[in-house]
Design a protein around this ligand. Structure first.
Ligand code: DGL
Length: 259
């Protein structure tokens, strides 16, 4: 492992690319290896122990690639396994996803915040602890984004079907006056155009936590003195546990995500 070793970014599938693009934007000299499991996606309603095993296998693979820092760009895997991963791979710095409940609770004027995430993230300790800590005087409404991950994985995030799915998920939050909606799954920012259409004119802010996660990566690289050389040409590689076809979809989606 050297300063020019890559940063590893992992998700159950394509969703972590929303974090990958922010890390790439903030750290243009850093090489990145993205691992999108693909074979076991979606993780969202699998048992916690199984998700922890999958996350361990993925992080183990990125460690074998010589990564100097790893981002678990999956809320579900973070909720199931972040403590275990940090203990097993110490002293390797590992960044997890934080549900952006804190900024939402600080920003709300209506006192009602909505959170969209997978079932397994919402029933995890990480989410419960964060909501209890920051949501004391705020009503935090949680709704699983049913079908959201599947829509993104199938490249169907800008379809009438996606709009219907998103509308059904946020209906109650809007009716109860939520003015902040937190995206607690890294797949969901791909649905941002649809989400913004659905909440248009309702005075709602949709919060994508990936820029904050990318800033945390910068902070940790600096703390550990791990920045790549300033004249470094970065390399971007992609890995998957699914087949060749998934790999090309991953690469294509990554390029599209850059806009
Ligand atoms: N991107 C993952 C997350 O942030 C999706 C989980 C899944 O595969 O269901 O939670």
């Amino acid at each position: 492992m050297t300063l020019n070793s890559p940063i590893g970014i992992y998700d159950s599938g394509l969703g972590g690319l929303t974090v990958w693009r922010e890390v790439r934007r903030l750290l243009p000299r850093e090489s990145l290896v993205y691992l999108g499991d693909g074979k076991h996606c979606p993780y969202g309603s699998r048992p916690r122990a199984e998700i922890a095993r999958l996350a361990d296998a993925a992080v183990g693979r990125l460690v074998a690639e010589g990564c100097k820092l790893i981002v678990v760009a999956c809320n579900t895997a973070t909720a199931a396994a972040i403590d275990l991963l940090r203990a097993k791979y110490a002293p390797l710095p590992i960044v997890g996803m934080e549900p952006a409940v804190k900024p939402a609770c600080l920003a709300t004027r209506s006192g009602v915040v909505g959170v969209l995430a997978t079932e397994r993230s919402l029933d995890g300790d990480l989410f419960r602890r964060t909501a209890a800590r920051y949501g004391r005087n705020v009503e935090v409404l949680t709704v699983p984004g049913r079908g959201f991950v599947e829509l993104v994985e199938a490249d169907r995030e800008d379809t009438p079907e996606a709009e219907a799915c998103v509308r059904a998920a946020v209906e109650e939050m809007l009716a109860r006056g939520a003015d902040q909606i937190v995206l607690g799954c890294t797949h969901y920012p791909f649905l941002m155009p649809v989400l913004e259409r659905v909440v248009a004119g309702r005075g709602v802010t949709v919060i994508d936590p990936s820029p904050a996660v990318a800033r945390r990566v910068v902070q940790l690289l600096d703390e550990h003195g791990l920045r790549a050389a300033a004249d470094r040409e970065p390399q971007y590689r992609f890995l998957t546990f699914a087949g060749e076809q998934y790999l090309s979809r991953l690469e294509k989606k990554a390029m599209q995500s850059l806009g």
